[in-house]
Design a binder for this molecule. Sequence first.
Ligand SMILES: NC(=O)NCCC[C@H](N)C(=O)O
Length: 407
Amino acid sequence: MTYKKSVSIYNEIGHLRSVLVHSPGKEIENIVPDYLRRLLFDEIAYLKQARKEHLQFVNLLKNEGVEVLYLTELMEEILQENEIRNDFLEDFMEEGRVGTEGIKEAMREFFSTMSPLDMVRKCIAGVRTEELSHIKAKSLGDMVRNPYPFYLDPIPNLYFQRDPFASIGEGITLNVMHSETRNRETLFAKYLFDHHPRFQNVPRWYNRDKSHPIEGGDQLVLSEKVAAIGISERTNPIAIEKVARNLFYSDEPFEIVLAFDIPKTRAYMHLDTVFTMVDYDKFTIYPGIEAPLDVYSIVKGKNKSLHISYEADKLSSILKKYLNLPAVDLIRCGDGDPIAAGREQWSDGSNTLAVSPGKVICYDRNYVTNEALRQHGVEVLEFESYELSRGRGGPRCMSMPLIREKI
Ligand SMILES: NC(=O)NCCC[C@H](N)C(=O)O
């Protein structure tokens, strides 16, 4: 089946038709303890096993009839054109803080013999200092000794394709990341939407030239009318207002943005680490954020303004009201047991990816939550999760849906 639009996302649970992923590569092996936290990892993953797990994830998706697109392959197609390839490298070096002309020149030479695919992979993996020989010192910066082992940092979080951009309706938000280590991820998305023939004329509800951060893990499309966005460690309320305004004053049907004010901590860095939708009326939630949870509704105001209200009800009532449901089922991470909930949330027990209504992909390690989901009538497809989980993201984080069936 072919679709007229390259992006069409009006819900979280309709049959997933097309999804973008990145399988972790050599960038994972460029993580060392000194830079672990800055690279937003808590542990060093074993690449071979991580790739095996990622393949299991992709195979589950394919078995459900989902078209799986790899970011590296789409980038390979774009970089066939020399002009785009050169522009990309210049932008990539600039944003990767390759500061001196001597290193830039050596870097250009280093990449010049690579195929487009190797170049993309190397950009993601990072460039170690010993890989560039013959740097002609042109400035003080080229001459001074620097013990830092990389000229270009690795981008180990790229396998969390959920975050650098987000599909909403027939458009995207091209995001501004909270931390510098993830900002070059959005450059891949920019080139994809600027240059890939499949993704032409996709409207942008937010752009990476803005100053306030917003990340895709905070962005949920609950229905054709309702989007939910987390106010989190990673997403600023000013960015949420801009997205709401651009959505409301477009041809899209969205009428309400619910802003969930979640705790600003590492464990709950995005809304989707504590709350995901699994069926028409079922959600999985980490009980630690349930109360008190401040929710604000944003709707159109007069003269292109926004009208913002505090929602005084509890979460289940807010969801019932805005999704027009007689009842909702909130399924607790760890089945409500605080120790199991804390342990399983840390490894993304609430971070499910729905492939169709009531059918979700989950990490196998979160067996208490997965059993609770089953008890509530949800079908759970599991895959191994020893290593991928070390990056603090789950199946939803590792996927960017491009097309879902409307429900
Ligand atoms: N949507 C998500 O929650 N993504 C997980 C991102 C994990 C990554 N290590 C990060 O800290 O940004």
